[in-house]
Design a protein around this ligand. Structure first.
Ligand code: BG6
Length: 369
């Protein structure tokens, strides 16, 4: 049951350290290598793959968007992400050298199943990342990599999302290990860092009062924007989706770099804007670019709510609120930065008196096309 929480969603947010830990469990050996016995696809086939296409819907598709950054970087395999219901209608280029990764909590989403069937007809191999044992999707796939988030009851996905991201990291790192690559040391280091993530997620949750108070105080907002860059972009999209799903507030996620190409026109006095800031220790000066974005929107009167890494002082002068999350390698940051956005949406929708577990018009799994 709800275990003392107000809602299943609230409980499932708190289940996330365990969901990530359990999804890693038994997949890392003492030598610090990945072992994926369940991946019943010939290693030679996995070595010969020249393209990966991730298909999924909703929150699972945002997990796929995070996965793309990680898999391409670690494996150097071109990776696309496509909403499952769009996939087969564009006559996609798929063949025996294509690996399709289907992500679905329920394993019953018809759009995702149809995409998988289409890919299989063209000879692609399919690995599904799924949270529900024995559901249709893993049964029809060549191999399944289960997430171990436990049953997710709330319609809006939380712990399944973090578990899906974790499983895609595991898959990406496994493929990198299998194929050998120039980032060997980095891969080993990332595996160590991955094991530290459950405790770090717990630290974000321990800080929930700050975010809950913010959510309650913002119950009357009519529109909220979310900005992010690199892996922070799908995190921003997911933050906006949570708010739409359970609080029925207009919310949009944007790539921070796209701001100047249009969305900045939306910024007006007092508009709340969440910004997911990359680590200042990261490559490519992304951090300073996102800090500039915060300055730009602040100068136009926006109320800036910034999610940044602990110790990042640079964001402070331009932030109305800073929510700090622990340090982590850039590619792993979504496991931390997403959590305050979930807590925020849950608190805000609760303050409006809505049933956060059963949002209007939505079903937990959609088994029609
Ligand atoms: C939607 C659900 O209909 O399906 C979302 O409301 C979910 O929460 C999406 O992300 C995909 O579902 P699944 O089971 O394929 O991950």
């Amino acid at each position: 049951e709800k275990g003392g929480f107000d809602s299943f969603m609230d409980k499932e947010i708190h289940d996330q350290p365990a969901a990530v830990r359990d999804t890693l469990l038994g997949r890392l050996n003492e030598k610090g290598e990945l072992t994926l016995d369940e991946l019943k696809i010939d290693e030679s086939v996995l070595r010969s793959i020249d393209k990966i296409i991730v298909v999924a819907c909703g929150t699972a598709a945002y997990a796929g968007n995070v996965a793309r950054y990680a898999i391409e970087h670690w494996c150097r395999i071109p990776t696309e992400v496509e909403l499952a219901h769009e996939f087969r209608y564009r006559d996609p280029i798929v063949n025996e050298k294509t690996l399709v990764v289907a992500i679905s909590q329920s394993g019953e989403t018809m759009d995702t199943l149809m995409a998988v069937r289409h890919a299989q007809e063209q000879g692609a191999k399919v690995i599904s990342i799924c949270n529900t044992n024995g559901s249709t999707l893993p049964r029809e796939s060549d191999a399944a990599l289960y997430t171990h988030a436990g049953p997710e009851i709330a319609v809006a996905s939380t712990k399944a999302f973090l578990a899906q991201i974790t499983a895609t990291y595991v898959l990406g790192l496994y493929l990198a290990q299998l194929r050998g690559n120039k980032y060997k040391d980095e891969v080993r280091e990332i595996l160590r860092e991955l094991e530290a993530m459950p405790d770090k997620i717990q630290r974000v949750i321990d800080n929930e009062d700050q975010v809950k108070n913010l959510g309650r105080a913002m119950a009357e907002e009519e529109s909220v924007l979310f900005l992010g860059r690199h892996v922070g972009f799908p995190v921003a999209m997911e933050g906006a989706l949570k708010l739409k799903e359970i609080a029925y507030i207009h919310a949009e996620g944007f790539a921070a770099g796209e701001l100047k190409h249009g969305p900045i026109a939306l910024i007006e006095e007092d508009l709340p804007v969440f910004v997911v800031v990359p680590s200042p220790r990261g490559r490519d000066s992304l951090h300073s670019k996102v800090v500039s974005n915060i300055q730009e929107i602040r100068a136009r009167g926006a109320r800036t709510i910034v999610i940044a890494e602990e110790g990042d002082e640079a964001v402070k002068p331009y932030s109305d609120t800073v929510i700090y999350v622990p340090e982590a390698p850039t590619l792993l940051q979504p496991l931390l930065a997403t959590v305050p956005l979930q807590i925020f949406a849950c608190a805000l929708a609760g303050a409006k008196g809505y049933d956060v577990d059963q949002p209007r018009n939505l079903a937990k799994s959609v088994t029609v096309e």
